[in-house]
Design a protein around this ligand. Structure first.
Ligand SMILES: NC(=O)c1ccc[n+]([C@@H]2O[C@H](COP(=O)([O-])OP(=O)(O)OC[C@H]3O[C@@H](n4cnc5c(N)ncnc54)[C@H](OP(=O)(O)O)[C@@H]3O)[C@@H](O)[C@H]2O)c1
Length: 475
């Protein structure tokens, strides 16, 4: 076989499917996996006519590649990326390109780019979204790193990426260092938030209103044909309609209610806190997973603590209101994600184009949604848009849904059903649109106990009051 165009290390679900996708587009691929049996099984069972060859060692892989070598790493994020890089490095030459396609932390990506760059190697951090199916048939690819390294691999990326509604590939050069992994991290943060919002509405419909899972599945199916059209709503409908072959009950009802997490949601919140960006819907989604994991404690507390009725009245309009609440909450999640991208781009000097980020999320990835075309258009029309919520068109849709959103929040809270992401979204909306918040009192309290000073509305300067003096401040 001639030398391959690209190498791929790590034949987990993502790696196998991405190798097949690249091969199907006519590029020669050489693959290597730490556990050799996995490579052998992949070559024996999954290859049809794709130009894919296997290697037994990292050195053998390097020898199978045309120069400059291009190698995609699709291994577990964290130390595995460093281990694989160390294994491969002695077999590489200056100018070769390593592409980390896993969910690495953007700071690790920046560090690796620096370390490898010192040896003349080029390192790209490329977030890849779409799961197993996307990797095979067209993912959304979020690359960052040296621009000339991106240019050297862009042909492969553009060939294998999903196509957006206008036919453009869902990949774009996003910026230097960890820009690509940053965008992927925020993508995952939004994914956490949207999934949590969906779960809260499912809880309202099933537990609160008593709808059977199958009826709820139909509702999500209907919603997927309208403004909420998205991959996550579509698969919610599919999941809710699947019976458990053993019990005959809806499968979702026999699944343990402990949500797991691998870290990208938490990283999103951590960096937002560091940058001082409010992303309460995403934060609530991460916290909700933490609370869900405390199953034994929750079970014990459920026998002691009472509250709410766990059911909501089925008055007219309740379903339509729930749909409005879901739409508005989802909008807030995207708005917060875009705000974080903007702040990160400034702080980390990524030079991100927010319209491009929204464009490449329109297909292939887990958060793909009809709404993303509106988001792309909003930032393309006005790159300095202060917040997605005030974009013309989007703000009108949000305002129209606001009464139903508020009624839904009232119903869900009254019923005692937790809805942290929905209520955080509504408070985000209310906080953002409120000219005078009670932060004046917070400033006064800070000044009282810590002499932190405050500013006044009626004149410039910093002020401090001796709150314990005689008068209204006396204790
Ligand atoms: N699964 C998804 O839906 C998805 C979606 C987007 C992004 N990602 C990201 O894509 C990457 C790959 O994900 P995945 O789900 O396909 O697989 P994974 O379970 O995260 O990783 C499995 C692969 O990593 C290799 N590996 C683990 N530790 C290693 C080490 N110390 N040295 C060398 N190789 C090591 C494994 O080799 P062995 O066979 O030898 O164990 C295997 O090939 C991850 O970063 C993941 O977060 C996954």
């Amino acid at each position: 076989m001639p030398l391959s165009d690209i190498g791929l290390i790590g034949l987990g679900v993502m790696g196998q499917n991405l190798a097949l996708n690249i091969g199907r587009h006519g590029f020669g691929v050489a693959v290597y996996n730490r556990t050799g049996a996995v490579t052998e099984r992949f070559l024996a069972e999954r290859i049809a006519s794709e130009p894919i060859q296997g290697a037994k060692t990292a050195g053998e892989l390097a020898a199978l590649l045309s120069r400059p070598r291009k190698v995609i790493l699709m291994v577990k994020a964290g130390s595995a990326v460093d281990a694989v890089t160390a294994d491969l490095r002695p077999h590489l030459e200056p100018g070769d390109i390593l592409i980390d396609g896993g969910n690495s932390h953007f700071r690790d990506t920046a560090r690796r780019e620096g370390e490898l760059g010192a040896a003349g190697l080029r390192f790209l951090g490329a977030g890849i979204s779409g799961g197993e199916e996307g990797a095979l048939n067209g993912p959304s690819i979020m690359p960052g790193g040296p621009k000339e390294a991106y240019d050297a691999v862009s042909k492969v990326f553009e060939a294998v990426a999903a196509r957006g509604p206008d036919g453009s590939p869902c990949v774009a050069y996003l910026g230097p260092r960890g820009a690509g992994h940053y965008v992927k991290m925020v993508h995952n943060g939004i994914e956490y938030a949207v999934m949590q919002l969906i779960a809260e509405i499912y809880d309202l419909l099933c537990r609160g209103l008593g709808l059977p899972a199958l009826e709820t599945a139909k509702l999500f199916g209907e919603w997927n044909r309208g403004e909420l059209s998205s991959f996550l709503i579509e698969i919610t409908s599919r999941v809710l309609s699947r019976p458990d072959p053993e019990t005959g009950r809806p499968l979702v009802e026999v699944i343990l209610d402990e949500a797991e997490q691998k870290g990208t949601g938490r990283w999103t919140v951590q960096d937002a806190l560091d940058l001082g960006v409010a992303i309460p819907t995403i934060g609530a989604a991460v916290q909700a997973r933490i609370l869900s994991a405390m199953k034994d404690e929750r079970t014990a507390a459920s026998k002691i603590l009472r509250g709410g009725g766990n059911s909501a009245g089925r008055e007219p309009g309740v379903i339509e209101d729930a749909r409005a609440a879901l739409y508005a909450g989802v909008l807030c999640a995207y708005a917060q994600g875009m705000e974080l991208l903007r702040a990160a781009s400034e702080a980390h000097e990524f030079g991100l184009d927010l319209a491009e980020a929204a464009r490449i999320w329109r297909a292939g990835c887990i958060i793909r949604a009809a709404l993303l075309e509106d988001i792309r258009a909003a930032f393309s029309g006005n790159p300095d848009l202060p917040n997605l919520l005030v974009a013309p068109g989007i703000r009108d849709r949000l305002q129209e849904r606001e009464p139903g959103w508020r009624r839904t929040a009232g119903r869900i809270l009254q019923a005692g059903i937790p809805a942290p992401a929905m209520t955080a979204s509504l408070s985000y909306f209310d906080g953002y649109r409120t000219e005078r918040l009670p932060a004046n009192l917070i400033q006064a309290l800070r000044d009282y106990f810590g002499a932190h000073t405050y500013r006044r509305l009626d004149r410039p300067g910093s002020f401090h009051t001796d709150w314990t003096e005689s008068g209204t401040g006396r204790v």
